[in-house]
Design a binder for this molecule. Structure first.
Ligand SMILES: [Zn+2]
Length: 106
């Protein structure tokens, strides 16, 4: 009696597990086919208007990255730590790097 109950329990657990796997598998298939469907129609206009492809690849203005000349970190253009010298604008990750660079480069 107890063994039958355990067998039943194991069967139920296996069915639930199998269904969970099947559901996630079907979801994955649905997602990939959905993205393929979304990608399909967008491909055709961009192929005819190739010149419109470039702006979508560049980040929006203000979020452009500049290399910190001191530590090499890439810093957003909107950072408050920047300094103009010799007609060039330098961007820093911190007040520390800004101060260090100001000592070295004038
Ligand atoms: Zn830095």
């Amino acid at each position: 009696m107890l063994r039958a109950a355990i067998e039943l329990l194991v069967t139920i657990i296996l069915v639930i597990a199998a269904r969970a796997i099947l559901t996630s598998f079907l979801k994955g298939v649905a997602n990939s086919s959905a993205t393929a469907f979304q990608r399909g129609p967008q491909d055709q206009p961009s192929a005819s208007g190739a010149s419109q492809n470039a702006p979508s690849n560049t980040p929006p203005k203000g979020s452009e990255l500049h290399k910190d000349p001191v530590c090499g970190t890439y810093v957003a253009e909107s950072t408050q730590f920047r300094r103009q010298a010799g007609g060039q604008t330098f961007y820093y990750c911190s007040e520390d790097c800004k101060a260090k660079h100001a000592l070295v480069a004038r």
